[in-house]
Design a protein around this ligand. Structure first.
Ligand code: UDP
Length: 396
């Protein structure tokens, strides 16, 4: 299974991975998050867990199950870690801790390493006698967390042996001394990223009633305020004053993100006054793939962003991206080379950049090509696997 990746990552990369895994054979790893579907973490685990197995580790993946109150609380914690005012109540926090206590007591943990993803299962570490190596893998943009919530979570975080964050700018006091930066990555063979023929692309778009008669602008993101969906509409409004095109916003609902429906309703309302806007909430990974390939320009106008896998996904498909220079996005976009970076909420600049790409197919091709190569070198799942193996080898 791993050999297949030589085709995109090169033979040398695969040989090195296999060699690194030699000392880690049969190491038992448990990944814990809180959803199998929706959002970048679940998507990445779907590829990373089988690949860890494929190179001889024994990797498992389990979920912390939460009820709506728990997920409302963990989303509030997530929002606060990204800098928002915290709206937490005692009842929600108690339910959050209870759910973690239950998980720690009854989850089948008999592993050498437990990797906890994000804040949902974070406190479980405090509710068991710790015999394993515990790593907190935080996918959130920690550039300016709400201090009150950071203080609340710090005692749990500091119990971990190590932490992993997505970008240098997310290191901060309160993380374990051993905190490593490992940017996320995409799987070139997953349904979201695999090659598609022009016929497959057309068929997929026509299934959703999206014509290819005008250039497409696309943002693929959960309907989440941090992805600034209303800002995307504002940028589109400005672009439409000067060029004909369509906008597609695709966002499914993640099981552990309760804010989606409310945000979607606001976007739907605002979109009514604009022509040629397609809003899709279906879960369909081949549609993600087809849209990222068919788009003239992909947008990612996040206000905060842990990494933004959608950026690498689009670049891998040779599509230039206009995105905000926040969180992990500047790792992926070299401004002016494979896309354009703009300031957060700078709608005028975003519209200008999109227009310059819409008017210049050669620029789009050049940037697309540079984007694919940048992702091939830096953001394929083989690099992610390698980084994990290197980190684990520091302990075993
Ligand atoms: N995604 C998807 N369907 C959607 C919206 C998003 O499959 O309707 C995928 C997207 O292609 C990417 C992941 O979900 O692989 C989102 O990851 P990202 O890092 O961009 O954002 P997150 O949701 O984790 O904040």
């Amino acid at each position: 299974m791993i050999e297949r990746y030589a085709e995109v990552a090169g033979e040398k990369a695969i040989t090195e991975i296999v060699a690194l895994a030699q000392d880690l054979q049969d190491l038992r790893i448990l990944h814990v998050n809180s959803t199998y579907h929706g959002g970048g973490v679940a998507g990445m685990l779907r590829s990373l867990v089988p690949l860890m197995d494929a190179v001889g580790l024994e990797a498992h993946w389990t979920l912390l199950f939460g009820d709506p109150l728990v997920f409302a609380t963990t989303k509030a914690l997530h929002n606060a870690l990204q800098g928002e005012e915290a709206e937490l109540d005692e009842v929600g926090l108690k339910a959050y801790l209870e759910t973690n206590r239950f998980f720690a007591a009854y989850a089948p943990i008999s592993h050498d390493v437990v990797i906890i993803h994000d804040p949902q299962p974070l406190p479980s570490i405090t509710f068991r006698r710790k015999r394993e190596l515990w790593i907190w893998r935080c996918h959130i943009d920690l550039s300016s967390p709400n201090e009150q919530v950071w203080r609340l979570l710090k005692p749990y975080i500091l119990r971990y042996d190590a932490a992993v964050v997505s970008a240098e700018g997310f290191r901060r006091a309160g993380l374990p001394r051993l905190t490593t930066v490992i940017p996320p990555a995409i799987d070139p063979f997953s349904p979201i990223n695999r090659e598609l023929s022009p016929e497959e692309i057309e068929a997929k778009l026509s299934q959703y009633g999206i014509p290819l008669d005008k250039p497409l602008l696309v943002q693929v993101s959960r309907f989440d305020k941090w992805k600034d969906p209303l800002g995307v509409l504002e940028v589109y409004r400005r672009v439409r004053e000067r060029a004909d095109c369509r906008l597609v916003m695709l966002g499914n609902m993640a099981g552990d993100d309760p804010e989606g429906p409310e945000i979607f309703a606001r976007v739907e309302e605002r979109a009514r006054s604009l022509p040629d806007v397609h809003l899709v909430t279906e879960t369909d990974e081949l549609l993600v793939n087809a849209l990222q390939r068919a788009a003239a320009v992909v947008l990612q106008l996040s206000i905060r962003e842990g990494f933004g896998l959608t950026v690498s996904e689009a670049l891998w498909k040779g599509t230039p991206v206009v995105a905000t220079a926040v969180g992990g996005i500047p790792l992926q976009i070299r401004d002016g080379e494979n896309g354009f970076l703009v300031g957060s909420r700078d709608y005028a600049a975003a519209a200008d950049r999109i227009l310059s790409l819409l008017h210049d197919p050669r620029l789009r091709d050049r940037m697309g090509e540079a984007g694919r190569e940048h992702v091939r070198r830096n953001f394929l799942i083989t690099r992610l696997l390698r980084d994990w193996l290197e980190l684990l080898r520091e302990f075993f």
